[in-house]
Design a protein around this ligand. Structure first.
Ligand code: F6R
Length: 241
């Protein structure tokens, strides 16, 4: 696992965008995307690169990690909406090549459908990840085992609390989500984990220096052959100190 420490959030995002832009130059690129506050700066940089004609998304297919159960794509807090707002609307990309689990429809059959899609698409070339305060990746929450395939997850209290900042109140946060499992993440050719801010320092230390355990799902990334953590100084203060 390679760990890159940057001065601040902006530099973290710029460093990540260089790696993504390099990946886009390849003939075919299957890009795994994450939502949340952390990758917003990266998406800003990618949209900027597109405007400046330094990025071309015509060879890109995207797969997102997760979606809330019950939120339709037009809901402002759905992850489809997030992706439209922060990236897809700002670049030219064929929507038929942008995939997220569907929050509507029967959740268990949506999981099967998403796994079929992931199998058909093949290995992800570059998977972008954020890190949850409890060590989750996608919505793979702390558990007694690593869940390999796409599954419906009951969000932990800590995740509901953390994500309530995006909703009017805590009650509005959906209690369930559909998330990609650990298998496609671990099979990705490269993973890029972004971490920012002091509040992530403790979990970053546990995830990247601690024991590999499903209680800290991101810890499994220590076993990935091509994992790069890019964190700002605050988030890596427990690791670099
Ligand atoms: C969302 C996702 C989550 C977030 C994590 C951190 O698609 O994959 O695992 O990356 O909850 O969220 P932020 O970046 O908001 O701290």
């Amino acid at each position: 696992m390679k760990i890159i420490c940057t001065e601040n959030y902006e530099k973290m995002s710029q460093c990540a965008s260089k790696i993504v832009l390099n990946e886009l130059k390849k003939k075919r690129c299957l890009l795994g995307l994450a939502t949340g506050s952390t990758p917003e700066g990266l998406y800003f940089e990618l949209a900027k690169a597109y405007r400046e004609k330094r990025a071309d998304f015509s060879n890109v297919t995207t797969v997102n990690l997760d979606e809330y159960v019950s939120l339709p794509p037009e809901h402002e807090e759905s992850y489809r909406y997030f992706m439209e707002k922060h990236l897809f609307e700002k670049i030219e990309i064929d929507r038929a090549r942008t995939h997220l689990p569907s929050g509507i429809g029967e959740p268990f059959s949506e999981c099967e459908k998403y796994d079929r899609l992931l199998r058909d698409l093949g290995r992800i070339d570059l998977q972008i990840l954020g890190l949850g305060l409890n060590g989750h990746i996608g919505f793979n929450e702390p558990s007694d085992f690593f869940e390999k395939d796409t599954h419906v997850v009951s969000l932990s209290e800590s995740t509901i609390e953390a994500n309530s900042r995006f909703f009017q109140n805590r009650e509005e946060v959906p209690r369930r989500a559909i998330t990609m499992g650990i298998r496609p993440i671990m099979q990705a050719k490269k993973v890029l984990i972004l971490v920012s801010g002091k509040k992530k320092a403790e979990i970053a230390k546990r995830a990247f220096l601690g024991e590999v355990t499903p209680q800290v799902p991101a810890s499994i990334l220590q076993l990935h052959p091509n994992a790069i953590v890019i964190g700002d100084r605050d988030a890596l203060s427990g690791i670099m100190a």
